[in-house]
Design a protein around this ligand. Structure first.
Ligand code: NCD
Length: 293
């Protein structure tokens, strides 16, 4: 299934979620395990709600992560869960590639809910859905992804997906938070918000991922906000009808001011609603390929 078809399916799931009776039966009798090695609020709860709305039996597993014997622990966990015959496992892990490794060790479908600083595909899909519903298209739009790009799986998945859909993707960050060599992949990079946001249709802010930083990447949070935090003044560099996004959780006063986060141009709350719809679409698309579907 391609991106557009998934987004179309997600549009239909928005309608289901807005009804009083939200229950479908496409995953009835199926077992979905949410295996989270990292804390998460919105991603885990939206995968849980999505599975339940489709009629699946959903089990949440919060695994306290240990840095030792990572590979071994992960493979053992995979084998144990596999023996319980789940149909879908949704995995979040702090190590890039861990979800891919786990997928090779189990018989069921595996969904990546974020692996290290690598990828977060359903976040990019929900962002694309939110953009398409508000702007009517993705192709030809200028999207400025701003902030801690170096540590962000959200940025990586959005760069791939939005570029594939024909958007012009710009990356705006201090040079310490831009992955080395990223310009060679064809993305325009900027170290100044005034230049990077100029004529942007979408301003996508990222959380400063302090938990992934070993060493100092920014002089101070206060200085970071002054140069890279999105406030009304910096938003003024973008198009007058520009829309603001943030995957959450937000650090108010660090990468975004409260008045912008809660303002008329913000799509942040709508992104959360689209998160459930996109995850329903992904789970339903997988369900149609499960054995005995
Ligand atoms: C993101 C994540 O976990 O990668 N959050 C999310 O899924 N909503 C972004 C972040 O943690 O900053």
């Amino acid at each position: 299934m391609d991106i557009k078809a998934l987004l179309d399916l997600a549009d239909a799931q928005v309608e289901v979620s807005r009804q009083v009776e939200k229950r479908k039966s496409s995953l009835r009798g199926r077992t979905q395990i949410n295996l989270f090695f990292e804390p998460s609020t919105r991603t885990q709860s939206s995968f849980e709600i999505a599975g339940k709305r489709l009629g699946a039996d959903v089990m949440n597993m919060q695994v306290a992560s240990s840095s030792v014997k990572k590979g071994e622990t992960l493979i053992d966990t995979a084998a144990t869960l596999n023996a319980m015959r789940p149909d879908i496992i949704v995995v979040r892990h702090h190590a890039a590639g861990a979800v891919h490794l786990l997928a090779r060790k189990v018989d069921c479908s595996v969904v990546n809910a974020g692996d290290g600083a690598h990828e977060h595909p359903t976040q990019a899909l929900l962002d694309a859905l939110t953009i398409r519903r508000n702007k009517g298209r993705i192709e030809g739009l200028t999207v400025a992804i701003c902030g801690d790009i170096l540590h962000s799986r959200v940025a990586r998945s959005n760069m791939i997906l939005l570029a594939a859909m024909g958007a012009r993707v710009r990356l705006v960050a201090p040079s310490t938070l831009l992955p080395p060599g990223i310009a060679r992949l064809g993305f325009e990079t900027f170290t100044s918000m005034s230049e990077g946001l100029k004529d942007a249709d979408i301003v996508m802010m990222l959380r400063l991922q302090l938990e992934r930083m070993n060493g100092s990447f920014v002089p101070s949070v206060k200085e970071y906000f002054r140069f890279y935090g999105l406030d009304q003044e910096k938003l003024g560099y973008a198009k007058p009808d520009a829309l603001v996004m943030h995957p959450g959780p937000m650090n108010r006063g660090v990468e975004i001011s409260s008045d912008v986060a809660d303002g008329a141009q913000s799509l942040i709350r709508e992104q959360v609603e689209m998160g459930v719809a996109v995850r329903m679409a992904v789970l339903e698309a997988l369900a149609s390929h499960l054995p005995n579907a």
